[in-house]
Design a protein. Structure first.
Length: 338
């Protein structure tokens, strides 16, 4: 009997000649974000297409036409064989993946490329030995442009503008930090933020960049955007494949795929930074006002952020990683590759 995965795989491969199918391995990639979102459009789909190119057609990655699992079920679904490859937001893996939360910490990120390179190199140098992601084979780690604050009824220019307000925030560090201001936080995955923000049940939203807000269709609800010097946080993800499916590929094909993954994938996040620059310019031209947080506002946020960073350092130390060394390394790599 065909299950849902089998039916999709058949549909995606129906147009291919039988001989080509017999000589190639087809892998199914699930993208829980919509096809028009920059993650899907700029990074995941082009990477999938390149896999076929670098393996001379021996390995083909088909992207499912619609998501087959909830955002927080990507890794579990890969392990069950629902699909072969997926990516998952670290913010919904805080219990099982603590070290990679480094990319979400306040005041550590630069650009998407800088932070992605920093996360990959920090993972390789300091985190891989902890085996937090050992249930899958990690192909890449990536970090999106830093998060900003969106006012829906004027600018957010101080902690007092958040206290007592209802705010959508990305799960994880962003939600924890905004809750510490005294705001009432609604925290659901970004893919579901449109229903919260469009319903105007919140006064503001926080946790992702303007390019992501455009991709999620929430940017049009903002009247003002507040940037935080040093950057508040940034969403980060792991791209991974089922370990058995990875092991079944030839060594030559694994090496070819690794060559376009890892560091290369992180460096490729430059296109996301370029999109961010364009979207910000277009958004300003439409009348949305951009503001830089005042030194007093930043100081208040830094004070609220300190316990979050300290908690991560303690988690790292418990996992056998020298937390401060890893954090200093991450910051240096993010700054050097921005």
């Amino acid at each position: 009997m065909f299950n849902r995965r089998n039916l999709i795989a058949v549909a995606l491969s129906a147009a291919l000649p039988f001989a080509a199918q017999a000589q190639s391995t087809s892998l199914l990639l699930n993208s829980f974000l919509a096809p028009q979102h920059p993650v899907s459009r700029l990074m995941v789909k082009p990477w999938a297409e390149r896999v076929a190119q670098v393996t001379d057609g021996r390995v083909k990655v088909d992207v499912a036409p619609a998501s087959l699992a909830a955002p927080n079920q990507q890794m579990a679904s890969v392990n069950r064989g629902v699909f072969d490859i997926a990516y998952q937001f670290h913010g919904v893996m805080t219990d099982q993946v603590k070290l990679n939360q480094i990319a979400h910490l306040p005041f550590v990120n630069t650009t998407a490329r800088g932070s992605s390179v920093a996360l990959w190199r920090t993972y390789q140098t300091h985190f891989a030995k902890s085996k937090e992601l050992d249930d899958v084979h990690v192909l890449a780690l990536f970090v999106l442009p830093p998060a900003v604050m969106y006012g829906m009824q004027g600018p957010i220019d101080g902690v007092d503008k958040l206290k007592g307000k209802k705010v959508y925030a990305l799960p994880g560090v962003a939600a924890t930090l905004i809750e510490a201001t005294g705001a009432g936080v609604v925290a659901v995955p970004a893919a579901r933020s449109f229903e919260i923000i469009s319903g105007k049940t919140v006064d503001a939203f926080v946790g992702y960049s303007t390019s992501d807000a455009e991709g999620l269709k929430t940017l049009s609800f903002a009247t003002d955007v507040t940037d935080i010097p040093g950057n508040l946080s940034a969403p980060s993800f792991a791209l991974f494949i089922n370990k058995k499916r990875w092991a079944a590929l030839s060594e030559a094909d694994r090496k070819a795929i690794e060559a376009i993954s890892g560091e290369a994938f992180a460096q490729g996040m430059k296109v996301y930074d370029e999109l961010e620059t364009k979207v910000r310019a277009d958004t300003a031209a439409k009348g949305v006002k951009f503001h830089m947080a005042s030194p007093a506002f930043v100081k208040d946020l830094q004070a609220l952020a300190a316990p979050i960073t300290q908690a991560w350092l303690q988690d790292a130390d418990k996992l056998g990683v020298k937390g401060q060394v890893a954090l200093d390394f991450y910051r240096a790599q993010a700054a050097a590759n921005r």
